[in-house]
Design a protein around this ligand. Structure first.
Ligand SMILES: NC(=O)c1ccc[n+]([C@@H]2O[C@H](COP(=O)([O-])OP(=O)(O)OC[C@H]3O[C@@H](n4cnc5c(N)ncnc54)[C@H](O)[C@@H]3O)[C@@H](O)[C@H]2O)c1
Length: 255
């Protein structure tokens, strides 16, 4: 679909599951060289296919992020496109949310996304290359949702970083955007329905039915729905867009 992506090196965090895995498949389908970085990946940087690599990475570990990006530069080349899909969530009402719930959500979703984007941006700027940074925020980066205080805070933070890095990196030809998915069928969403249902006195099936009823397009999203927008943002078609948070929500969020 996007021939220009064939020459790109794409680094995807959270590539081992859900939305990140869908994004890895989509870029491989375009012929890009793709590194999937995930906490659950086997140790070390490994080439697992002609254009496909995996690496174990905890995105919240600053030293590990820098050493993995150095290893990728050396073995694969400068990263042109980064997508930060690694994420976590804890369910709990604000008055029950602990400091460690807060730290976990902010460390992985906000700090981890920032550290990876910063590392890629540093290397692009010093190589005088342009590139694309694509954060995965959430509609929870724009709205409040009951039982998700720390997660919602972390996703708002990602949109703040998106706008700031977009301004700073524009003179270097690097665009910075975020995707704000709605309700996407992934292992995280299935766990959230169980845990979120438990604190609201609902079954996971009742939460799933409520989810569907809230989406104007009448269905929840797939990882492919999100991956399609990541491809677009990485493509030449999106060259005049930066600092945006694009909703992929079936109409559930409209601002
Ligand atoms: N599923 C949804 O409805 C939805 C909606 C909006 C936003 N999101 C966001 O999309 C992203 C992906 O979510 P998903 O639903 O695919 O979840 P998922 O749980 O299926 O996948 C998340 C992946 O991130 C990895 N990960 C977790 N912590 C990590 C760390 N510290 N370092 C590296 N990797 C780590 C996990 O191992 C997993 O492979 C998350 O940022 C999530 O907040 C999801």
């Amino acid at each position: 679909m996007f021939a220009e992506l064939r020459s790109r090196v794409v680094f995807v965090t959270g590539g081992g599951s859900g939305i990140g895995a869908g994004i890895v498949d989509a870029f491989l389908g375009e012929g890009a060289i793709v590194i999937s970085a995930d906490l659950s990946a086997p140790e070390g940087l490994d080439q697992i296919g002609e254009r496909s690599w995996t690496v174990r990475l905890d995105v919240s570990d600053e030293t590990a992020v820098e050493s993995v990006l150095d290893a990728v530069s050396e073995a694969v080349g400068t990263v042109d496109v980064v997508v930060t899909a690694a994420g976590t969530s804890t369910m709990g009402f604000a008055i029950e949310t602990t400091g460690s719930d807060w730290d976990r959500n902010l460390d992985v979703n906000a700090k981890g996304s920032f550290l990876v984007a910063r590392g890629v941006a540093r290397r692009l700027v010093s190589a005088e290359r342009n590139g694309r940074i694509i954060f995965i925020s959430s509609q929870a980066g724009k709205n409040g949702y009951r039982g998700m205080t720390a997660y919602v805070a972390s996703k708002h933070a990602v949109l703040g970083v998106t706008k700031t890095m977009a301004v700073e990196l524009a003179p270097h030809g690097i665009t910075v955007n975020a995707i704000c998915p709605g309700i996407i069928e992934t292992p995280m969403k299935h766990r959230e329905r169980i845990e979120g249902g438990a604190i609201r006195g609902m079954t996971a099936e009742e939460v799933a039915a409520e989810d569907r009823s809230q989406v104007p397009l009448g269905r929840t999203g797939t990882t492919q729905d999100v991956a399609a927008v990541a491809l677009f943002l990485a493509s030449d078609l999106a060259s005049y867009m930066t600092g945006q948070g694009l909703n992929v929500t079936g109409g559930m969020t409209m601002h």
